[in-house]
Design a protein around this ligand. Structure first.
Ligand SMILES: [Zn+2]
Length: 1002
């Protein structure tokens, strides 16, 4: 283990003196590749469009002008598209659905428009690096990759051990099939002063864009000199000395020297100055054979190719490493753990767009497949006037806006206020567009007579139940009017396993019941109040909740009916208020609901909620959780929910959008008034809501026999707009004996074991939590599942704490030039899952997995059931409907997740093709976590799936095994040995494998 220190390393401040003898290259020459690059953030200080107008278009135009007079740049290998994703994504807050989607969108665009397939990855600016990226790039068929922002002490250690170039292996992959060749840049930055060698004052002299008289200069006050006959020898040897020193940090004599910076190569003079001066230097170096150097311009793939050749020829081995590179620090104790939470409103909106995009892609693909099936069977007029082309354009725009938001200044929350708003508008409009695709597809699929489909954009047949009024406000439920006539509700299950889960809608009358269209039977439901204020209910709306049973990927229809007086299928919730110190005169209006106020001894007893699986105890004074118990097995744990504030450091350097620099440990949240606590009890769910000044916290327990009953829902509405330099934290204080170990996910794809280290500053012990974090001891595991990315830590044994929002008045000196003060009313939602473990291991494993129930519970948060109501004003409202649409014959195995079913763009034109990308993920899971219930409605099959038997009436044709992003046919001899018959519709996935299969469904 490394010490936490920061000694002055001389010219290489964070490193050490590098020396050489001079004869190291006598046998094998130093082979230098100078790789010009430009780093164009698609939105940071300016919006994407403004950057394009002011800089990016000039870079591209000058590139065409200076690299060649024709467009064979790519074929000649002069220009390379590295990585080729839609953006260079953040690797901490991003979910793997979006990471893969933006990679596929980029690769598809490149193939269609430029005819190129990327072979090397390039990620110089994400704030820390995730092995998930290495895996996805490998699966996409890329051969090598480069990373840059890694903790300075790790870089120094890697430089010392010469492990800056390594094979990156997934810690769950003993078979090594995932190994990815990776180059880690050794120095502080990707700019030119930090890429030619260890001394920035010298490297800066070889940035000929900083020649005297230009707009930028060298901060080390030694300017570059134009290369002349007079100075060429001295300049060449000075540069070679840097190259040689840098080369000593690597195992081979092949050296990578990036040459670029943010928005570089925009001016014609820059191209001329860099090119002409470097050509003179290269000519000098290359013609003096006694120097044993060959220097040239090249691409990143040229470099990796030479590196491979050299290692093969010399037998030099690169080491194999596993793990991730979080949490990043670039200097001192400046840990970049603030951005795990910055702008949490948009981190939540990102997940909403993801869930809508995935749901819409799948439903749209199924719709087109049903049309093809019918037409192949000779049915005509089957499409109605379904707007397939129009809907496809909406999908493409949404894919690209989701892709854009994965950029390392977008989902990270590290751009200017107005850039955040620009992203927000894109996310908001994309969600609106996807709702259109969803309701149109669902409409078509549930129509009995498909030919009767009419596309009426102004009066859509179906309306999504939730509406977000603007980009910076939370979604609201639509209030459905239920008169004497029936109102139809369509519920869509976007996952490939059966769901029984609670659906809640708002209705305008307390006399409503729910009837299954399939059986005609009433469904037990709960009517609850909608609260306008903590003690004042809305008189316009009621919340109607029922348990919907929806087969995989299915649409199921329900009637909402006016309930006659004697009907008791819908039961009203009752309410209890605890407000001991509130004025007695304060009245509580509970309308048609029974309510009581606890007083005396009763008000001092813990509040108990229970369903068939869990019992919870909460404090009567705060309404916050104290204890949990598993009903079946008796496992009991203290689990206290508490809130805390962090302030920011009193020193010169303070917290900002990137950095978390707290003023010591968090201080307990103390309220000036005790919270208003409201207890709701009913047959479908019960909840306890605590209204504090800065947040409203709700604990909810679902009375569901199935999966949803196994976890407790925790949600917060946070508003810290009145605060100055404060961050609000929700902490779970538990008696799980976890010591200094805890677990966080990476990109929702894999689990990374963590250790809280006392030697490190507090902010270094925070990690990104994309979908979950857990603590465990020998017999229990407590998992906090999250519906949005946030920063998480376990600073004491048994604790887990999540930063909910941060309001920071100042810039933190990483170029953004502002604080974070655009806070909004922000929602965060979680589920808390207590599980029994049977393993009694002594040692902490290097790899860990969630249980199957944890995976499925996470999907409840991330891919909820979607409900849509039939619009009574639509002219089609009277057309006959099917009671359900059920495309899948049998649920997919529990551990197989349909990541996407994505319609591929037509090669000619912009419309949809008849091909889809079926993306499957076999999740790794922990078998030692015991309470896996029968309610999962699925089994496991060792990763096997028979596509011929997957669908009810659709069939799969023209199956092609391809790389992750459809760039290449999959190499059958690879990790696919058990699956040799390429014509078979039988697929088998290894644990953790993500695989794309190109199919025609119809
Ligand atoms: Zn950047």
């Amino acid at each position: 283990m490394l010490r936490f220190d920061n000694p002055d390393g001389g010219v290489w401040k964070q490193g050490f003196d590098i020396s050489y003898h001079g004869n190291e290259w006598d046998k094998e020459p130093l082979e230098v590749f100078v790789v010009p690059h430009s780093h164009n953030d698609p939105g940071w200080l300016k919006t994407f469009d403004d950057y394009y107008r002011d800089q990016t278009q000039h870079i591209l135009n000058n590139m065409l002008l200076h690299l060649a007079q024709d467009t064979r740049l790519l074929r000649n290998g002069q220009l390379e598209m590295a990585t080729g994703g839609w953006v260079m994504p953040d690797e901490a807050n991003t979910h793997y659905f979006a990471l893969i989607d933006q990679l596929m969108e980029g690769h598809q665009w490149l193939e269609a428009n430029l005819g190129v397939k990327p072979t090397s990855g390039w990620a110089v600016d994400p704030f820390g690096h995730s092995p998930s990226m290495a895996y996805f790039l490998k699966r996409a068929g890329l051969a090598s990759m480069l990373i840059q922002r890694v903790h300075y002490a790790v870089k120094k250690q890697f430089a010392t051990k010469k492990t800056l170039e390594f094979y990156w292996r997934q810690n769950w992959d003993p078979a090594s099939s995932s190994d990815m060749m990776c180059h880690m840049m050794p120095f502080y930055s990707y700019d030119i002063p930090h890429t030619c060698g260890p001394d920035p004052s010298i490297c800066c002299q070889f940035d000929f864009h900083r020649l005297p008289g230009g707009r930028i200069s060298c901060p080390w006050r030694i300017p570059p000199q134009p290369i002349t006959d007079h100075n060429i020898r001295e300049r060449s040897l000075l540069l070679l000395d840097q190259y040689r020193k840098k080369s000593r940090l690597f195992r081979t004599g092949v050296l990578l020297v990036p040459l670029g910076d943010d928005f570089r190569w925009a001016e014609s003079s820059e191209w001329q100055n860099q090119f002409n001066n470097y050509q003179r230097l290269f000519t000098y170096l290359n013609t003096h054979s006694e120097l044993h150097v060959k220097a040239q311009f090249g691409t990143i793939s040229d470099y990796f190719r030479a590196l491979r050749n050299r290692t093969a020829r010399t037998g030099i081995n690169l080491p194999v490493l596993s793990g991730d590179f979080f949490t990043y620090a670039d200097r001192d104790d400046h840990y970049w753990s603030g951005y795990y939470t910055s702008r949490p409103f948009y981190k939540r909106l990102d997940r909403l767009l993801e869930s809508h995009l995935r749901a819409a892609e799948i439903l749209y693909s199924l719709t087109l497949a049903e049309m093809r099936r019918a037409e192949a069977g000779g049915v005509s007029g089957y499409r109605g006037d379904f707007p397939a082309g129009e809907a496809y354009q909406l999908l493409i725009v949404a894919r690209r806006n989701l892709g854009l938001f994965q950029h390392h200044d977008a989902v990270t929350g590290t751009s200017k206020d107005w850039v955040v708003m620009d992203y927000g508008k894109r996310l908001y409009h994309s969600i609106l567009a996807l709702k259109e695709v969803l309701v149109n597809s669902a409409h078509w699929l549930i129509l009995k007579d498909k030919a009767a489909y009419r596309h009426e954009p102004s009066s859509a047949f179906l309306q999504m139940d939730e509406v977000q009024p603007s980009q910076d406000t939370l979604p609201k439920k639509t209030i459905l009017t239920v008169g004497r006539a029936s109102r139809m509700l369509v519920v869509y299950n976007p996952v490939s396993q059966k769901r029984s889960a609670v659906v809640s809608i708002y209705v305008d009358s307390p006399a409503v019941r729910v009837v299954s269209m399939e059986t005609g039977q009433p469904i037990p439901a709960q009517l609850s109040a909608v609260w306008a204020e903590p003690t004042r209910m809305s008189l316009k709306a009621y919340k109607l909740s029922f348990i919907a049973e929806v087969p995989p990927l299915a649409l199921v229809l329900y009637h909402l009916l006016h309930a006659p007086d004697k009907d008791d299928s819908t039961q009203r919730a009752n309410y209890t208020f605890l407000a001991r110190d509130w004025q007695e005169s304060q009245s509580i209006d509970t309308g048609p609901f029974k309510a009581s106020r606890l007083q005396g001894d009763e008000a001092n007893a813990p509040l108990v909620l229970a369903n068939a699986h869990i019992q919870t105890w909460t404090s009567p004074s705060s309404g916050l959780l104290e204890k949990m118990k598993l009903a079946g097995d008796g496992l009991e744990r203290h689990v206290q929910v508490r809130f805390f504030w962090y302030g920011t450091s009193p020193n010169h350097d303070k917290s900002g959008a990137y950095l978390f620099l707290p003023d010591g440990e968090a201080k307990p949240y103390s309220a000036s008034l005790p919270p208003q606590v409201r207890v709701t009890r009913g047959p479908v769910f019960s909840e306890i809501t605590s209204c504090f000044q800065h947040f409203t916290h709700t604990l909810r327990l679902f009375h569901v026999e199935g999966l949803e009953g196994h976890s407790v829902e925790l949600s917060n509405l946070v508003d810290i707009r009145s605060e100055v330099n404060r961050e609000l934290v929700m902490r779970l204080v538990t008696d799980v004996a976890s010591g200094d170990h805890f677990y966080t996910d990476l990109n929702g794809f894999q689990i990374q074991p963590r250790r809280t280290l006392a030697k490190l500053p507090l902010q270094a012990n925070f990690y990104p939590m994309t979908t979950m974090a857990y603590v465990q001891d020998s017999n229990s595991r407590l998992t906090l599942l999250t519906g949005q990315s946030l920063g998480v830590a376990s600073l004491k044994s048994g604790n887990l704490e999540v930063v909910l929002d941060r309001r920071l008045q100042q810039d933190d000196n990483r170029g953004l030039g502002q604080g974070v003060t655009d806070n909004k009313l922000t929602a965060s939602c979680f589920r808390l899952l207590l599980e029994r473990r049977r393993r009694q291991e002594k040692e902490v494993a290097l790899v860990s997995y969630p249980s199957l129930i944890s995976h499925a519970s996470s999907l409840h948060l991330l891919q909820p059931l979607l409900s849509m109501a039939v619009n009574p004003a639509s002219s089609a409202a009277s057309l006959p409907l099917l009671p359900s649409y059920q495309p899948i014959r049998k649920a997919l195995p529990c551990d197989l997740h349909l990541l996407n079913l994505r319609t591929i763009q037509n090669k000619e034109g912009a419309g949809p093709s008849d091909q889809s990308a079926l993306i499957l993920h076999r999740k790794g899971f922990d078998c030692d976590v015991l309470n896996t219930p029968a309610h999962l409605h699925c089994g496991t099959t060792h990763g096997e799936l028979d596509l011929d038997n997957m669908f009810t009436s659709l069939s799969v044709h023209n199956l092609q095994r391809v790389t992750l992003t459809l760039m290449h046919p999959e190499n059958e001899s690879g990790n696919d040995a058990g699956d040799s018959d390429s014509r078979s519709h039988h697929v088998k996935l290894e644990p953790m494998e993500v695989r794309t299969i190109q199919v025609q469904i119809g």
